[in-house]
Write a protein that binds this ligand. Structure first.
Ligand SMILES: Cc1cc2nc3c(=O)[nH]c(=O)nc-3n(C[C@H](O)[C@H](O)[C@H](O)COP(=O)(O)OP(=O)(O)OC[C@H]3O[C@@H](n4cnc5c(N)ncnc54)[C@H](O)[C@@H]3O)c2cc1C
Length: 398
């Protein structure tokens, strides 16, 4: 893969940078902590601006309303938006990064026409109803039942860890349509309108104090048969397509965000804590740790470029997505550990004892948040199994 911009890419970068410089100062203030309707409005408002400027669905095919950008242009887009401090994808994570791409790849022409344009415009938000209390890593054991009744399925069961369920319009749902088939063969991927009667969403509070996820109880929810993506009982294969997108390139903004956190941390270290008398930067051990994290993030950026090129050719990043996710979560947690060393005693407080203001708070918050990265989108152990079996050719887990 080329590592330098071509003339066209340079022009694209400059045009985007100019647009960001002009647009970001006009954004409304960020929403208050835990105000989910305000967060939805903020995130979808940003998506709308991207759409109006021709940057929505950057890598989606043009025929489905995307920009049809090359992999290099997609990375330039992600680099420049992060560099400028543009909003994160937020509530649009599921819709733009995996439900939308799954519908583009597997949906009918009618489904593409119905669901893709509102995603690109920021009109509709999606959530993911895959995990259940007894089916996380072993997702194929899911028990939520969908029973055919004329033109509908009647769905009953319980989902858990459903991010953004409280503000979503649609849910990409996995349900069991054939209880007698082997467990991977009796599952169907379907679109559940979140305003259907029988859905009870109960937010759960996490360690960081946020309630981004919910439990979702489904009691005889009627879903039209036309909402199945792929075929009935073919949902496991469709879910693998979704995971290819979710684990493949959906973490790229995360990686760039970590690079920004590292730069910020170096600045804090040069000026302030850790120990008595000097600054954190005086500690050679801390400097070395910061450099190691920086080198690892750089290596993961190179891996990302490789994965994005592969995705452009094969539709998704394949096992490369698992390799990336595995390496990335470890680095992000190591970054959090060194952040706490840099902050010294200030890390013990969630207020501002040292004049570091919200940046200090952010690093403590980020360390807590980083714990979830070894679980979300498939746990570290499960990614190790995938890499062991599919990449290294080790014997299959029994
Ligand atoms: C931030 C975040 C957001 C999420 N958002 C969503 C969402 O929007 N929608 C959704 O459906 N889900 C979501 N999830 C759920 C996530 O997909 C599950 O938590 C994950 O798949 C693990 O499942 P589990 O929690 O049931 O843990 P379990 O599967 O019960 O795992 C428990 C432990 O056992 C280990 N283990 C399990 N099986 C194996 C094995 N075969 N080999 C070795 N070790 C194993 C695991 O690695 C883990 O350490 C989210 C999770 C997080 C953290």
């Amino acid at each position: 893969m080329r590592l330098r911009d071509t003339a066209e890419e340079q022009a694209f970068r400059h045009q985007l940078r100019a647009w960001l410089d002009e647009t970001l100062p006009t954004l409304p203030p960020t929403p208050p902590f835990e105000d989910w309707p305000a967060k939805r409005a903020y995130d979808t408002g940003w998506q709308r601006r991207l759409f109006e400027a021709g940057y929505a669905g950057i890598s989606w095919p043009k025929e489905y309303g995307g920009r049809g950008a090359t992999p290099s242009e997609e990375l330039i887009f992600l680099e420049e938006t992060q560099r400028a401090g543009a909003p994160y994808v937020g509530c649009n994570f599921v819709s733009t990064l995996h439900a939308g791409p799954t519908i583009a790849a597997e949906g009918t022409p009618e489904q593409r026409a119905r669901y893709l344009p509102p995603i690109l415009r920021g009109d509709e938000v999606w959530c993911q109803g895959f995990s259940e209390p007894e089916a996380g890593s072993d997702l194929a054991s899911l028990r939520t039942r969908a029973v055919r009744d004329g033109d509908h399925y009647v769905v009953t069961g319980q989902k858990i860890w459903t991010s953004h369920a409280q503000v979503a319009d649609h849910c990409e749902l996995l349900a069991r349509t054939d209880p007698d088939a082997p467990k991977h063969r009796g599952i169907t991927w379907m679109i559940m309108p979140m305003d259907s009667p029988g859905i009870d969403v109960r937010p759960m509070r996490t360690l960081t104090g946020e309630s981004e996820f919910s439990e979702m109880f489904l009691d005889e929810v009627r879903i039209p048969v036309g909402n199945v993506v792929g075929a009935e009982n073919d949902g496991w294969r469709v879910a693998m397509v979704t995971f290819g997108f979710e684990r493949g390139t959906a973490f790229v903004s995360e990686l760039l965000g970590s690079m920004r956190l590292l730069t910020d941390l170096v600045e804090i270290a040069r000026k302030g804590p850790a120990g008595a008398g000097g600054t954190a930067w005086d500690d050679a051990g801390i400097r070395r740790e910061l450099a190691v994290v920086g080198a690892e993030l750089d290596a993961q950026w190179a891996l990302t470029r490789r994965n994005v090129s592969r995705a452009a050719r094969h539709g998704n990043a394949g096992v490369g997505g698992s390799v990336f996710k595995l390496a990335y979560h470890e680095t992000r947690q190591r970054l959090g550990d060194v952040a706490l060393r840099v902050l010294g005693r200030a890390r013990l407080a969630l207020d501002d004892p040292t004049g570091l203001s919200s940046r200090h708070l952010d690093h403590v918050h980020q360390r807590l948040y980083a714990l979830s990265l070894s679980i979300a989108a498939g746990t570290a152990q499960v990614q190790r199994n995938i890499v062991g079996e599919r990449l290294l050719g080790l014997p299959k887990e029994r």
